[in-house]
Write a protein that binds this ligand. Structure first.
Ligand code: GDP
Length: 442
């Protein structure tokens, strides 16, 4: 996830407030000057920055000293709330039609990631036990149809393609009829893109819109293009009227400008974000969670949801029992690591933890090969050792190291990690009991 530089600059601005018992207007002014520079540096729209800083300053000047929070913490809380507000406040979901199918028209400029995201979204709905249909309306690039067919196959969703020479409007109409006949409750139209917004493109989108009356028009924009993405969103919205935005490539080193400005500039919320090239790399957009990520406060809830999604539910329940009964052993640890691997890349997962930022990640050199090593070590143990790691003494360590092609230090490190994981899982498990997000529904 991008934003590292913004996160660092904001924490530097707040650090200066930390040791102050009471904040003077001058302290706040100075901090706000730095916040403003940080946001401008992140390519946030200037008008948005000005309004943001004015609102935060107004609220911050009047703050009382509370027992529970220091003045600096209160300023951070206000910034957090205002950042969240700036990105739309709460989650915006895709509208669902009361008479199926729900028709989602995907639009966007070429290269924004439209075809990929269309496939990802359909896959997401399939996981929710829906019956989506993908529709190839980009008839100008034969490769686009093929690309949609490939992603459709990967996510297990059928693709409706038109006949040679058929117009996008006719394809869209026939696809909706097809969906009705075949019980598809969601239809995702992958429309054509262009390098720039032009009359022909807009005309075609308007015609499709008129022909099928979509439930939702989503615009796919590339976060890496910063203010260009915001301008494109404003132009699309003006020309055809959009309902929401899917912001892609949030995994790249985007400075954050698009995510932070687009709602304010266009009035339309970000509904989903694309966070990687894999078809599972899509997330519902939560302004509050994004705000805390930006402030370096981590995003433990998304982490837990990801864990729940990729974990086998029965296994997860067993695991919870084991953690409760304190019988979590090395075999479970290995199981856990393997599941962790299926959640995404290590640094993607770690970046959601509070206090972990990109520079720390690169210093820590997350080595995915380490997982393979851990696997080898655990597989070289006897059943009793896996069940009772406390019996692993010096000579056992030497035997395991020799068996797994590792060193005794590696065994020590792994056992330490095992203990830490046990502790962390215990924390997660008690958090889960307090606030267990239900299965995700969109
Ligand atoms: P389209 O022309 O808008 O349909 O764009 P494509 O779907 O063909 O995507 C263009 C490129 O962006 C492809 O190489 C995709 O793999 C890549 N892409 C799409 N979404 C994401 C994302 O969320 N993150 C990253 N890193 N790459 C993405």
């Amino acid at each position: 996830m991008g934003f590292e530089s913004l996160t660092e600059k904001l924490s530097a601005a707040f650090k200066k407030l930390k040791n102050k018992g009471k904040l003077t207007p001058a302290d706040i002014k100075e901090a706000m000057r730095e916040v403003k520079l940080a946001l401008l540096g992140a390519d946030v729209n200037i008008k948005v920055v000005k309004e943001f800083v004015a609102r935060v300053s107004e609220r911050a000047v009047g703050i009382e000293v509370l027992e529970s929070l220091t003045p600096a913490q209160q300023v951070i809380k206000i910034v957090n709330e205002e950042l969240c507000q700036m990105m739309g406040g709460s989650v915006s979901k895709i509208k669902v039609s009361s008479s199926p199918p729900t028709i989602v028209m995907m639009t966007g400029l070429q290269g924004a990631g439209k075809t990929t995201q269309t496939g990802k979204l359909a896959g997401l709905y399939k996981k929710q036990n829906k019956r989506p249909l993908l529709v190839a309306c980009d008839v100008y690039r034969p490769a686009a149809i093929k690309q949609l067919q490939v992603v459709g196959e990967q996510v297990g969703v059928p693709v409706f393609a038109g006949e040679q020479g058929e117009s996008p409007v006719s394809i869209a109409k026939r696809a909706v009829e097809h969906a009705k006949r075949h019980g598809n409750d969601f239809v995702f139209l992958d429309t054509a893109g262009r390098l720039h917004i032009d009359e022909v493109l807009i005309e075609e989108l308007k015609n499709i819109k008129q022909a099928v009356n979509p439930t939702e028009i989503l615009l796919v924009v590339d976060a890496m293009t910063g203010q260009d993405a915001v301008n494109a969103a404003a132009a699309f919205n003006e020309a055809i009227g959009i309902d929401g935005i899917l912001l892609t490539k949030m995994d790249g080193d985007t400075r954050g400008g698009a995510a932070l400005s687009v709602k304010h500039v266009t009035g339309k919320p970000i509904k989903f974000i694309g966070v990687g090239e894999k078809l599972s790399d899509i997330e519902e957009f939560h302004p509050d969670r994004m705000a805390s990520r930006i402030l370096g406060m981590g995003d433990v809830l998304t982490l837990i949801e990801k864990a729940q999604e990729s974990f086998d539910e029965k296994k997860a329940a067993e695991l919870e029992q084991k953690i409760r009964r304190e019988t979590f052993d090395l075999t479970d640890f290995l199981d856990q690591l393997r599941q962790f691997k299926s959640m995404g890349s290590m640094d993607q997962v770690l970046s959601m933890l509070p206090g972990v930022n990109a520079s720390q990640l690169s210093n820590a050199k997350i080595d995915e090969g380490a997982l393979a090593k851990t696997e080898a070590m655990i597989l070289s143990m006897t059943d009793r050792e896996r069940l009772h790691p406390e019996i692993i003494n010096g000579s056992r360590k030497q035997r395991i190291a020799a068996g797994s092609g590792t060193r005794v230090e590696d065994i020590n490190r792994m056992l330490k990690q095992f203990e830490q994981s046990k502790k962390m899982l215990k924390q997660f498990s008690s958090m889960g009991a307090k606030r267990r997000p239900g299965r995700r529904g969109f």
